[in-house]
Design a protein around this ligand. Sequence first.
Ligand SMILES: *Cc1c(COP(=O)(O)O)cnc(C)c1O
Length: 384
Amino acid sequence: MARSDVRLPAPSRHVPFLDVAAMHADVAHDVERAWREVFACRSFVGGTFVEAFERSFAEYCGVGAAVGTGNGTDSLTLILRALGIGRGDEVVVPTNTFVATAEAVLHAGARPRFADVDDRTLLLTPDSLTAALTPRTAAVVPVHLYGQLPDMPGIAAVAARHGLAVIEDAAQAHGALLGGQKAGSFGVAAAFSFYPGKNLGAYGDAGAVVTDDTELARRIRSLSNHGRLDGSNDTHGFVGTNSRLDALQACVLSAKLAHLDRGNAMRRSHLARVRSNLHGLAVTFPSVLPGVTGAHHLNVVRVRHRDAVRDELSRRAVPTGVHYRRPCHQIPCYRTGEIVLPVAERAAAELLTLPLSPHMTDDEVDFVSEALDAALDAAGAAGD
Ligand SMILES: *Cc1c(COP(=O)(O)O)cnc(C)c1O
């Protein structure tokens, strides 16, 4: 790619980090129609719109049941609680994740045990799981970070040998596949978030648990609804919480689910274009394991002098993020003693998230690539 294409001062164009407006335009008509029906029937929490979404999302994920919840963090906590994992238990969590994964473990009363990640995929591996096991380990939460999938069969094999529950954090991986099997269908249960910026996003907070275990789904539904027993309004079987999906969000999610595969395919094709644009430059892309079709929630790359490169990109009107600046085991409120997880620690200094939206044009993809090329040069990260 020509190195002279981008000139300062910053061009007047602006590529959004995530084009939420375009994503809304796809479904605006369907959402408005469905919302008018909700207003007419005034069934705002639970009800037929929620049930319809739960059915279609379970079917989409290839599992028996989905339970709508308030958000992704609650989904993880509800799964742990429903499995009876809590005080005295440890749960293995990859340290390179959003804090919510660890937060949920603590909310359930258990302790997160942080594991290192693979240098190429930046995900949990069977070996890093094995290294984090103790006699107290009750479960593992593989995180499908950035919309990728780790070696789930390998992780399941370690879990089976040690009697651990596998709970997927699929908050970034709606529609990702491994060997033709959907994210969310590998573990005993999986947690999804429908935060607006996720690949399948609501217009507020929302989440779901998916599972093949109908008894577990029943317990989670009950827990998430003040411990109410099956459909009863005034019989409380145990101390639950309030984490339910509302009808307005369910309508948005049903409308958007129809666009999810196409959006993911567009993310993949943009990413392939960025990768080919940047071929030979000092940028490393995380590897996608064989057999994985990623959902590419985030376009994360590794570069040297990351913060300088970010500043240079910002001057060129390219918004970026860092996912995540600190591995969880180094965040003071999550620290559990002096553990060293060198791969994640090294990677964290280099992680840089570039804009990626289903609706980007080839032109915008090229603009971002050219800006990164120029930013690497300007920041002295081009491979000296
Ligand atoms: C977004 C996210 C969550 C939490 O979801 P919320 O809906 O924000 O509670 C958990 N884990 C990961 C990996 C996430 O990206």
